[in-house]
Design a binder for this molecule. Sequence first.
Ligand code: NAP
Length: 331
Amino acid sequence: MLFQLFRTAVFLFKGHFEFTNRSFVEKSKHWLPLEFPNEKKVILVTGGNAGLGKATVEQCIEIFQRSNKPQQQMELHVLCRSEQKGKEAIQEFEHQIGNTTSIKIHLHICDLMQPKWIEQFTNNFMQQTEQLDVLINNAGALFHERKETPDGLEATFATNSLSTFLLTTKLLPLLRKNKTQENPARVINISSGGAYTVKLEPIDVQLQKQEFNNSLFYSQTKRQQIVMAAYWAKKYEKDPVRFYSMHPGWCETPGFMSSLPEMYNLYKNRVRTAKQGIDTVCWLALSDEPLEQNGKFFFDRQVTPEHATLCRTQETPEDVEIFMSTMNKWL
Ligand SMILES: NC(=O)c1ccc[n+]([C@@H]2O[C@H](COP(=O)([O-])OP(=O)(O)OC[C@H]3O[C@@H](n4cnc5c(N)ncnc54)[C@H](OP(=O)(O)O)[C@@H]3O)[C@@H](O)[C@H]2O)c1
């Protein structure tokens, strides 16, 4: 308990100096604007109707329109659970796209906390789509109380972590298709600095034996997303796919405001905009710079440590194997 408080204090200290708007503004002074490659890219963003997912779609469109190269084409697939919210977001994206005919946008409806929906979505998607270059596992939630999905899964785990595992694993054949080591597909897990507060729990992956604690349950799923990216990078190292995890810092989104209102109120004058938060997502998706850093955890366009100093959150290789074989049972 006391040690958990120490980890949280380290996270808050780190966050205060690194995860806010000010540090982004300082660091980004030295960055070049992102360029869209001179070819076709097909990008799937989960949770694309709000917050960081929506900002990612908007930023991809902005980068595309700014780059304006002859061969460039973009197909955006936006996955949402609410048809109404999805349609409203698509309308806004279409307005932004205007008469740029080389951008196509599609809406998909899928409740990611339900593995059967993921199965159905991935089967349809693989039949309908010939190419997938970037999968952005963004959709996520932090619940105020313990909640079960219709299948009896713990909801934080099902939404944030199991969906990342199932979507990525099921879409892997499509991600690999027609790719090369020079021009690989990319999977980006949007994790969180909250992962610094927890160690991987390899067996009780849904924390069913633990008393509910919203931040710690959320943080455990965010740790799991980091572990998965690193594991896949090793397991599929010969495949033309790169796996990354990243954290966006503390960003102004509907999710942050509603799930952690006290913390949001404390930091509301210092949080990042959603656009700042997803800069590294777009960089991982479109730039050649991170290609040699397969499996790493990123923050502000740089590899960042997966564990905070003195927090003793390092997992063992055995823990990772046990965790991944536990996850495999849901395939
Ligand atoms: N904001 C931050 O400061 C921050 C910091 C660290 C990490 N992150 C991570 O960034 C990601 C996005 O967070 P955010 O702040 O943008 O949250 P947000 O504003 O709540 O947006 C989350 C998105 O995910 C969707 N979603 C949630 N549950 C879903 C489900 N079961 N099936 C399909 N879609 C679902 C939401 O759909 P609805 O609109 O229908 O709910 C929404 O589109 C999350 O993974 C979060 O952990 C955020």
